[in-house]
Design a protein around this ligand. Structure first.
Ligand SMILES: [Zn+2]
Length: 641
């Protein structure tokens, strides 16, 4: 080659590289949010967190069981150990995350962390190298390692022990180095166009790979090394079109893309998320309780991991868009599907949906859901409030105290409430010194025409934008805000639209759901002899019926409702209770038979019905005014990257 040509090509490469890196710098930004560094919570959520922590701290979850997926002992086997780092990484991650926010840390967690560290190989991976065993088994390892990377990052954040940062980077380097080879290195990779498109397994394992995304972005957060963000960016185009997928790993990848977006601001990624959220998931798998199926797009089985990731996806969609409606959905999932999936031994697992609710069999998924449910609890604490350059968002309502930075000033938030038993929420803010910021209080869609706000005892009429009541002022320590969200009986059409006194509500509605505040009400066989098909909205409908309550644990008597109904050819009175009460039922042995290598033992709960035919008698029940659906969500289908 001519010497000048060589020089020219060097020069051009240099220009192109520089342009490329400039371009990348332009799309890198500061994460706009400050999330609470510490949250003390009381009430129902605290009880539920403690329940799951006790489960993980207890005997069945021995370190031997938990670490088997990286120890790969020859004299011991357990189910799913080839998902290397899955159980061990999730346990480490969820527990560390929660421990950091609540400032409570157990010795078992530290022992687990030390043991995990001892199983890292010089190449960076943990356990046995499964790459030579083919795409399926390597995919299982990659999936587990994605969870383990999150675990190492979260434990580093808790402990500030540099060994865990180094271990996370070594694992991150191993994963990042593998990504280019996923699509090019070998024939027959999951993205190979020559592969049989109906080969379910090869479709399925694509998202085993792409779910490393979240860990890579978290690793960028703690290391500041942009190569991890770059590696995550190369994964985005590998997310397959929505279709038949394990919903947990599909949504886990979406959460990773949302986290990535907060640092890159790439519009295309935001559109991809919005598109999949509305056009695919919401359109095809929308359950009134916020539940979702184990396999997209349609499957009767549910799992705690999918419910948790649907919750986390909604929380992250809020972060991406600032739209309160995603928080409304997160609150719905929290109080209904998530709580329903928690059993009274603290576990999370699988249930079975039918057209009108849930069936009786339930099983604990000790190999994923129990610890993944703890991520849901931690995420609820994290997203309960958020600060930014000029704003302080208050997103979720529970008795809690948190510390967050807003407008550059540390602010302590103290919240007192019995919500959702009743709708009064008292929030006192303590900015370190008097400072101006915009307080944004989330007002659920069902309360947007009836809510009230007071500041230091004076009623105000705040502007409502994107699901938030907005109060701009100079705040001083001890300023008090009272938010009132009237908790009333509400009938919805099963897809989240409130049925109101207008043309949308006729005398009979065949697939309706009954709510009080964020609680979805269900009929079950604990309070009723049979499940009703038809409910009557009549003047006799009694809210706050407060029937005899056997236990005060996970009971919400303020939200019990009695309605006349038609059951098996006769009129009867039916008691509806929040579906979250199911946590209190079921017999659970300490020593679970599910600890066999294979198989799971169904536990009988009772069938739960959540969709009813509703007949309206006269003008008997005052229904809330119809709320116009606010616009602003781009619905157009975009090209996939
Ligand atoms: Zn699971």
């Amino acid at each position: 080659m001519d010497k000048h040509l060589v020089l020219l090509s060097f020069f051009l490469s240099y220009v192109l590289l520089s342009l490329n890196s400039c371009n990348q710098q332009q799309v890198r930004q500061e994460n706009p949010y400050n999330f609470p560094t510490q949250v003390k919570v009381a009430g129902d959520l605290a009880d539920r967190m403690q329940l799951t922590e006790r489960r993980l701290a207890g005997h069945p979850f021995s370190l031997r069981l938990v670490t088997e997926d990286i120890a790969r002992r020859e004299d011991y086997q357990r189910r799913f150990e080839e998902y290397e780092g899955d159980v061990s990484g999730r346990t480490l991650g969820a527990w560390s995350y929660l421990s950091r926010l609540t400032e409570q840390r157990t010795a078992k967690l530290d022992s687990l962390a030390e043991q995990i560290l001892s199983y890292q190989t010089p190449e960076g991976y943990f356990g046995v190298n499964q790459q030579p065993e083919g795409w399926d088994y390597w995919g299982r390892q990659i999936f587990g390692h994605g969870r383990l990377l999150v675990g190492l990052v979260e434990y580093y954040r808790l402990s500030h022990d540099d060994r865990f940062l180094q271990a996370a980077k070594k694992l991150g380097d191993y994963l990042a180095a593998g990504i280019p080879g996923w699509t090019t290195a070998h024939q027959g990779n999951p993205w190979d166009e020559n592969r049989d498109p109906t080969d379910f397994r090869s479709q399925f394992i694509k998202t085993h790979y792409t779910s490393v995304m979240e860990g890579l972005v978290l690793l960028y957060e703690i290391s500041g090394e942009e190569k991890y963000l770059e590696a995550a960016r190369t994964v985005v185009p590998l997310l397959p079109e929505f279709g038949v997928y394990h919903s947990h790993s599909y949504m886990n990848t979406l959460v990773g893309i949302a986290k990535l977006y907060l640092y890159t601001g790439v519009e295309r990624d935001r559109n991809l998320l919005t598109d999949i959220y509305w056009q695919d998931i919401k359109a095809q798998v929308d359950q009134p309780d916020g539940g979702t199926c184990e396999y997209f797009p349609v499957n009767r089985r549910t799992e705690g991991c999918s419910v948790t990731d649907w919750l986390r996806l909604n929380l992250h969609m809020w972060a991406v868009t600032g739209e309160g409606r995603y928080m409304d959905e997160a609150e719905n999932i929290w109080w209904n599907a998530l709580n329903f999936h928690q059993t009274h031994n603290g576990a999370f697992g699988h249930s079975v949906m039918n057209a009108r609710g849930y069936e009786a069999p339930y099983s604990e998924s000790w190999w994923c859901c129990t610890m993944h449910g703890m991520f849901a609890h931690a995420a609820l604490l994290k997203f309960s409030a958020a600060g930014a350059a000029k704003h302080l968002w208050v997103n979720l309502y529970a008795p809690l105290e948190s510390k967050v930075t807003a407008a550059g000033v540390p602010v302590e938030i103290r919240m007192h409430t019995d919500y959702p038993a009743e709708g009064n929420i008292s929030i006192t803010v303590f900015p370190e010194h008097q400072t101006e910021f915009v307080l944004r209080l989330r007002v659920p869609e069902w309360a947007q025409s009836t809510y009230q706000v007071q500041v230091n005892g004076d009623e105000i009429e705040p502007e409502m934008t994107r699901g938030y009541a907005v109060v701009r002022r100079v705040w001083k320590p001890g300023d008090q805000v009272s938010l009132r969200l009237p908790i009333e009986l509400r009938v919805e059409d099963g897809r989240g639209n409130t049925l109101s006194d207008d043309e949308r509500f006729y005398d009979v509605f065949t697939s309706a759901t009954i709510h009080r505040g964020p609680m979805l009400l269900a009929s079950d066989l604990h309070y009723n002899d049979a499940l009703p098909d038809t409910l009557y909205l009549t003047p006799e409908a009694a809210v706050d019926a407060r029937p005899e309550v056997q236990s005060d644990h996970f009971r919400y008597p303020e939200n019990h409702v009695q309605l006349p109904a038609w059951i098996n050819g006769r009129r009867a009175s039916v008691t509806l209770v929040p579906m979250a009460e199911q946590t209190g039922y079921g017999e659970w042995a300490d020593e679970l038979p599910t600890f066999r290598r294979n198989g799971e033992e169904p536990i009988q709960r009772v069938p739960v019905r959540i969709k009813f035919t509703v007949k309206r008698v006269g003008d008997s029940i005052r229904l809330p005014a119809r709320i116009a659906h606010p616009g602003g969500i781009p619905m157009g289908r975009i090209e996939r990257p």
